[in-house]
Design a protein around this ligand. Structure first.
Ligand code: SF4
Ligand code: SF4
Length: 134
């Protein structure tokens, strides 16, 4: 990918570090996180790339990425990270930035078909709204 200065949001790394409490700048791109992620096959930006994009301030690419909504917060990646970065917290921070910028919820109950609301397990619905709504 070609990186141009007009694509860079230089506040992104500090915003992500403040919300997540994680040192994004500590990542040295070993990719051990990506090597252990069980859902990496479904991601368009891999976990180690999430860190790199955040370091580079590539906000548009990150905030439009499927990866933010694919991560299952299983914590496999952070147990492998030699720099102690809690990657799910970084991903959660990016979701929050996106939700705040949209000024609303990513998922609203009215967006779901009645069949899903009636038949989906309650625990699944509560988890989904915790993750995808303010
Ligand atoms: S927490 Fe997310 S990024 Fe990390 S291994 Fe699990 S699914 Fe992958
Ligand atoms: S395992 Fe840690 S240091 Fe290595 S790429 Fe992933 S976040 Fe960066």
């Amino acid at each position: 990918m070609k990186v141009t200065t007009d694509k860079i949001n230089s506040n992104l790394i500090s915003e992500v570090e403040e919300i997540s409490g994680q040192k994004v700048s500590a990542c040295f791109q070993c990719a051990k996180c990506t090597g252990g992620c069980p859902v990496v096959w479904a991601m368009d930006i891999y976990p180690h790339q999430v860190l790199r994009y955040a370091q580079l301030g590539l906000a548009d690419e990150l905030l439009n990425s499927k990866t933010l909504w694919i991560c299952a917060a299983c914590q496999t990646c952070d147990s492998r990270c030699p720099r102690g970065v809690d990657i799910p917290k970084v991903i959660e921070a990016l979701r929050l930035i996106l939700l705040r910028a949209k000024g609303g919820n990513y998922l609203h109950p009215n967006d779901l078909p009645a069949k899903v609301l009636e038949n989906a397990p309650q625990q699944g619905l509560v988890s989904a709204f915790r993750k995808y709504a303010k």
